[in-house]
Design a protein around this ligand. Structure first.
Ligand code: HEM
Length: 403
């Protein structure tokens, strides 16, 4: 009988990059939680929807914080600016460091702020569509990823934070160097050195922006974050804030690209879904093609999940992309159907680390897709799309389109 470790090997191959879902279906047959006995980095893989949801909400399961990293690989990681920043951010913190950072961000990054940002998102979408229209008029085709999907999320997060749009040319390549390292296959010394350098440069940028906004506050998130810290109500230092801003920018940019790209691909391939109700379409895109395919957790104690005993202090791979296609949660999970009801994808995670920007990402999708279709009602593929080579972030690198 095939083991979960063997299926995972296939999943993390070129065939799995192309179509992970055949492997997820095999894993579903082996059970919602499977132990891996291959001596690899992960002790178990969770693919069942209920089990993944339960694990992510269970406070015993922790993100890989500095204590975990110290135990695993010594303290050498602290010399690397990128690793120090990541471990200092909410994404890789547990307990009080995590709750303090979340509390600060929740105070200013409110649902109201997302609503207030929507006109700016619409404007940014229209500006990018104008540029794409020009490209289509001159070249007869355009790369949707380069011309639109790649540009919108970083412009939106810049508008949210208060980073001038003119500084994005500085930001994007540096964020990408960090992203290169975050992929499971990207962990070489060279990639880390480039990501470290990018982290230093971005941290310096943020440090001077914090000083500027302290001296002359504006209506943006950074001004409000600094004001909240200076009011003395939060145990978050400037260094902590910079780590969190760096991670937030990265987390918003590299993921939303794929919500937009994956949604566009579905609109191009299946024109019949163009009539779907927009929020339901966005939700089904998130379920069907989760931009973030997996996250990792560990527990300091032995834990039983869905009847399987997970050993203490071992990494567990939580496959969000597989949980979203769990046949015991969704009927015919491999069919894209925006008319489904009760769609609650795990694409933004669950529990204490639930995505801070989920409402903003959904708003970007809700605003972008109808405007795209209105502007280019006959948009069609102009060649095969090229996949993003990362297994962790599922989406496309390029997607040629014609008017
Ligand atoms: C479609 C777009 C997005 C997807 C699929 C996505 C996905 C996720 C997932 C799965 C997590 C949980 C990670 C874990 O449990 O370990 C997460 C966390 C996070 N996301 Fe998003 N995200 C998206 C957009 C955004 C945006 C737009 C922002 C910011 C404006 C953002 C900021 C964050 C932050 C700061 C965290 C860490 C939260 C914590 O650890 O407490 N994300 N995201």
């Amino acid at each position: 009988m095939t083991t979960a470790a063997q299926v995972l090997k296939g999943l993390f191959s070129a065939a799995g990059l192309d179509d992970p879902y055949q492997y997820y279906a095999e894993l579903h047959q082996l059970g919602p939680v499977c132990l891996l006995d291959d001596g690899g980095p992960y002790a178990a893989v969770v693919t069942g929807y209920e089990a993944a949801d339960q694990l992510l909400r269970d406070q015993r399961f922790r993100v890989t914080d500095d204590a975990f990293t110290d135990e695993r690989s010594g303290s050498g990681w602290r010399e690397h600016p990128l690793l120090a920043v990541l471990n200092n951010s909410m994404m890789y913190s547990n307990d009080s460091r995590h709750t303090q950072a979340r509390r600060l961000f929740h105070q200013v990054f409110t649902p109201r702020r997302v609503v207030d940002l929507e006109p700016a998102v619409s404007q940014l979408v229209d500006g990018l569509l104008d540029a794409m229209a020009e490209r289509l008029a001159t070249d007869g085709k355009a790369d949707f990823m380069t011309e639109f999907a790649y540009l919108l999320p970083s412009s939106v997060v810049a508008a949210l934070l208060g980073i001038p749009q003119s500084d994005l040319a500085f930001f994007r390549p540096r964020v990408e160097r960090i992203n290169d390292f975050l992929d499971v296959t990207g962990k070489t010394d060279e990639v880390l050195a480039a990501a470290d350098q990018a982290t230093v440069e971005l941290s310096e940028y943020y440090r001077s922006l914090l000083a500027e906004r302290r001296a002359a506050p504006e209506g943006d998130l950074i001004s409000q974050l600094v004001a909240a810290i200076d009011a003395g109500e939060h145990q978050v230092s400037d260094d902590d804030l910079i780590s969190n801003l760096l991670v937030l920018f990265n987390a918003s940019f590299v993921t939303t690209i794929h919500l937009i790209g994956n949604g566009m691909r579905l609109l191009l391939d299946r024109p019949e879904v163009r009539k779907a109700e927009v929020p339901a379409f966005v939700e089904e895109v998130l379920r069907y093609e989760a931009p973030v395919q997996f996250v990792a957790r560990f527990s300091n104690e032995e834990t039983t999940l869905a009847g399987t005993v997970i050993p203490a202090k071992q990494l567990v791979l939580v496959m969000l992309g597989a949980a979203n296609r769990d046949p015991s949660r969704y009927k015919d999970p491999d069919i894209f159907d925006p008319a489904r009801t009760d769609v609650k994808p795990l694409s933004f995670g669950a529990g204490p680390h639930y995505c801070l920007g989920a409402a903003l990402a959904r708003a970007e999708g809700r605003i972008a897709f109808p405007r795209l279709l209105e502007r280019f009602p006959s948009l069609r593929p102009a060649g095969p799309p090229v996949r993003n080579p990362q297994q962790f972030l599922r989406g496309y690198k390029s997607m040629p389109v014609a008017p």
